[in-house]
Design a protein around this ligand. Structure first.
Ligand code: NAD
Length: 353
């Protein structure tokens, strides 16, 4: 198996270093993988002028899975949009046709007190948010800033085709079948025609999965319900923009954005695995970043693309163990626990492995 490694920017290289130590440990135990590193984001802009060099996309396409840390930084915000690191991110998702983004929001018992909600509201929380990743207003045309009637107007287009909705709906129903058989589809059909089609197509696909209890919720209500009673949800499916926002909200229920991995899969199950957080420029280079979301992304990769549930569980158990032992990076630290940096957290995971 070949894995493409994309450390990216900010805390990216720091957390990727810990993930690579985990991979090395598994390799020493017989996991047959090779890795190839490539440039993406600001690091790629600095070296080549492009946030997603052709060479990177080629390596990613030739690999069985891609591990990506994070991209972006304030120094790149002045560049033309096509050169900004985030374009590299959107480009690789699109280039790999990774249309299904799986974002678990799982609350580790030990972190219940790090959640912004009361422990009884979040204890035992286990939601899977499935976000469509290659369509919607993030990619729709026309887009841009234009002059109209003597003033500037900003334009983006929300667009979903039936086939795009259908394929993400199938992913969501299949995921629900493997879990609690409850699927909530989130839209804004009362205002947006694009999401009326979303609802219609999800209902049509649902006819093929009679065992799954399908419900629908408007996005504003979903945002509210996630903080009011999040345990009502099992699997949620939604479009790119709503999913972007709701999955970040759900991540805070779990205590830290630094804990959550994600998978973006194509139709064949090949995937791009990355933490849900960004490059955290405020703490980059200080050895403070939480590497667990990155390490848990390795676990998801083993589960979904490399078919190694055993190795995935081994990593997840190691993470649970270090939390039970009281190791915490600053983002999940609470009084009475042992505050550690990025490398020390990596050391603890390796020891637990
Ligand atoms: P962010 O996720 O980078 O950071 C938000 C907050 O969470 C910050 O306070 C940060 O310190 C903290 N945080 C994030 N990850 C952490 C970790 N592993 N350990 C400890 N704390 C962590 O979001 P932002 O500040 O809005 O964006 C910063 C840059 O990242 C921007 O350039 C943005 O475009 C980019 N970004 C990239 C991705 C990605 O690569 N997938 C996602 C979101 C944002």
């Amino acid at each position: 198996m070949k894995i493409c490694i994309l450390p990216g920017d900010g805390i990216g290289p720091e957390i990727m270093a810990q993930a690579l130590r985990v991979l090395d440990a598994l390799r020493a135990d017989g996991l047959a993988i090779e890795t190839e590193q490539a440039l993406i984001g600001g690091a790629a802009v600095d070296a080549t002028g492009s946030p997603l060099p052709d060479a990177t996309l080629k390596i990613a396409r030739e690999s069985d899975a891609v591990l990506l840390a994070a991209v972006g930084g304030p120094q790149y915000d002045v560049l033309p949009r096509e050169q900004r690191p985030e374009r590299g991110l959107l480009g690789i998702r699109k280039g790999l046709d990774a249309f299904a983004n799986l974002r678990p929001a799982l609350l580790y018992e030990e972190l219940a007190s790090a959640s912004s909600l009361k422990p009884e509201i979040v204890a035992g929380l286990d939601i899977l948010i499935i976000r469509e990743l290659t369509g919607d207003i993030y990619f729709g045309e026309p887009r841009g800033i234009a002059m109209r009637h003597g003033e500037r107007v900003g334009i983006n287009t929300m667009v979903y085709s039936e086939s795009e909705i259908r394929r993400i709906a199938h992913v969501a129903f299949k995921a629900a079948m493997k879990r609690g058989r409850k699927l909530c589809s989130v839209d804004k059909m009362n205002v947006l025609e694009a999401t009326q089609l979303w609802r219609d197509v999800v209902i049509e696909v649902g006819a093929e999965y009679p065992e799954v209890a399908l419900s629908h919720m408007l996005v504003d209500n979903a945002a509210m319900q996630l903080v009011r009673n999040p345990k009502q949800f099992d699997v949620m499916v939604t479009g790119n923009m709503f999913g972007d926002i709701l999955s970040d909200e759900a991540s805070m229920l779990t205590g830290s954005i630094g804990m959550l991995p994600s998978a973006s899969l194509d139709e064949s199950g090949k995937g791009l695995y990355e933490p849900i957080h960004g490059s955290a420029p405020d703490i980059a280079g200080k050895g403070l970043a939480n590497p667990l979301a990155m390490i848990l992304s390795v676990a998801m990769m083993l589960r979904y693309s490399l078919n190694r549930e055993d190795a995935a569980l081994r990593i997840e158990s190691a993470v649970k163990k270090v939390l039970a032992q009281g190791y915490r990076t600053g983002d999940i630290w609470t009084a009475g626990t042992n505050k550690v940096g990025t490398k020390e957290m990596g050391d603890a995971v390796l020891a637990a492995l």
